[in-house]
Write a new protein. Structure first.
Length: 153
């Protein structure tokens, strides 16, 4: 196993490995002076990310929960997301952001199924959800961590 970074520039077949849901590989980092460099760091593994997205899909937010309020969805979803953010977001949180965007897409789908006027308008549904996020930034854990939908006007 070769831990490639700015100090070790050799080329080898295997430059990453998975351990406890993290993938250790070369990633960009900042030093204390703000200069970017490449370091060998952990981030959420593709296998763990796939599992998280599968869990989000299994909730079927738009298909089976469109009779619930947004607050009820938040109460259901937040413990899961809080755990993911606390565990996988500990190191290299930006690797977790695309995974949590899947939950945002599910919420937009829920809005489209919940409100008839937004059924055929994905962008408007995202804007509606963004306005709610701006009004109540702590409703969903992912919103309080800075992963918000488009805010609209």
């Amino acid at each position: 196993m070769y831990c490639k970074d700015d100090d070790r520039r050799g080329t080898y077949e295997q430059t990453s490995f998975d351990f406890l849901g993290y993938t250790f590989r070369p990633r960009r980092a900042k030093n204390r002076h703000g200069k970017l460099f490449v370091s060998f760091l952990p981030g959420v593994s593709p296998k763990a990310a796939k599992s998280i997205r599968a869990t989000i899909r299994s909730w079927r937010l738009g298909a089976t929960r469109n009779n619930q309020r947004l607050e009820d969805l938040a109460k259901f979803v937040n413990p899961f997301v809080r755990g993911w953010v606390n565990y996988y977001g500990r190191f290299y949180q930006s690797a977790l952001t695309p995974v949590l965007r899947a939950l945002e897409r599910s919420l937009v789908y829920w809005v489209r199924r919940k409100f008839k006027r937004l059924r055929d308008h994905q962008r408007r549904a995202a804007h509606w959800l963004g306005q709610v996020a701006r009004r109540e930034p702590n409703l969903f854990v992912l919103w309080s961590h800075g992963i918000r939908p488009a805010t609209g006007q």
